[in-house]
Ligand binder design. Sequence first.
Ligand code: UD1
Length: 494
Amino acid sequence: MSEGGKQRDRERLVKALRDNLRRRKASPGEIVEPQAGDGAAAQAGGRAEAAIVKRRSAQDGKETVVDRIKITGGAKLNGTIPISGAKNAALPLMIASLLTPYTLELENVPRLADVQTLLRILANHGVDYAVNGKRPGEKAETGQTLRLTAASIVDTTAPYELVSKMRAGFWVIAPLLARLGEARVSLPGGCAIGTRPVDLLIMALERLGAAIEIEAGYVVAKAPHGLKGAEIVFPKVTVGGTHTALMGAVTAEGTSVIRNAAREPEVTDLARCLVSMGARIEGAGSSTITVHGVAALSGARHAVLPDRIETGTYAMAAAMAGGDVLLEGARPDLLQSVLDAIAQAGAEISVTNEGVRVRRNGEGLSPVDITTNPFPGFPTDLQAQFMALMSRARGTSVIRETIFENRFMHVQELARLGARIRLDGDAAYVEGVERLNGAPVMATDLRASVSLVIGALAAEGETLINRVYHLDRGFEALESKLSRCGAQIERLSG
Ligand code: UD1
């Protein structure tokens, strides 16, 4: 599309948006959730067959708010755990659908509360979506296929009620700005793991020519004449910042260079999908990414990469409980630093055609020191789980958290199970104990919650984990995946 055509397209969309806002003023407070297949989807490639489409997944965070998980420790894990699509890749990929009026089809999307929340955010902007139902032979954790079509964007505001549930919701700011020249997005929420600012995301958009103001808890971004290619230098590695810069740059006029970019596999996955949509991106996966802006993007079909955090979590669960578990579909190259640490702790790791196999028989665990770092370093999202594992090691390990402040909220809950951990600044000194004991504990954030599951698997007696809605945000079918391998785990509703 020419620059003139692009400008006309933008003006047409802004006009449609204003009409919609006028309509909405007549009925304030309403969150618009268009139906799959109405107008937009039909325009962009037709309806998905009604038989396989269901509008909303039954998995709705609300239903599970008061659920608890009961684990009776001591059982070994033996069997196969299928690894789901990565939540942290699925979310930015879904957001990328805002960049094009054509359909983006995403396969292997995990069934998670965060995916549901993001679907609500996208629907509020006018994205039509269809979620395929399960086909014969598919298991509860078989990834779903989403078809997302943003033929017309009806609202450029991402409201507090939705964005406050999940930090990644903030990332819609970049494609909205790129496509329509304006966006108004609530400052984010998400896990309570210390201060998580968005200054670097804003800096990236400003570098691309956006004018940004903060008004009553909202970031208001404007670029009425479109974004312009620029050099963006991140003073600190940020995954969300890199996603934002990429989505802003792909349709900007001219070339952008992103320096000190995040090298996380989820960034590479987003870049690969954007390239399938017609973007011109070089260097994704390295710390310098070059983006040559294109006039418009098309639709595409893309499969979400396997979840490295889920893989590492179950690898640690198997190392903790003992036994022999195949992590089916896992990609070892996505978490080599983690597999090395688990092997050093004493579990046997082998790579097969089907995935990664983790075994530990009888032998005690050795202490291993780790420091969290951006990829390919040890991921912060596995720090809590590794601490749980080290709580049973024969000796003291030092776990250093360098990515987020205050990401040690699991420490006091692990202590309730009998773990001996001393905090000193960004370091936790974990003195391994011979046995942990079951106790009532509280999930505090997504990754911390699952560290309690790992602790409980090896604790004597019963552990009751409260506030498990955190787990539902990030771990698909956790109880069934673990119980099929022999864990004594059940969900207590209400
Ligand atoms: C993403 C992941 C999260 C993971 C984190 C680090 C998703 C949905 N979430 O979060 O699970 O723990 O990467 O691997 O993919 N920072 C700033 N200013 C900013 C942005 C970030 O100072 O504007 C800081 C943060 O406070 C933190 C560091 O940069 O100290 C890294 O954060 P970032 O990589 O941006 O995390 P997220 O993208 O939010």
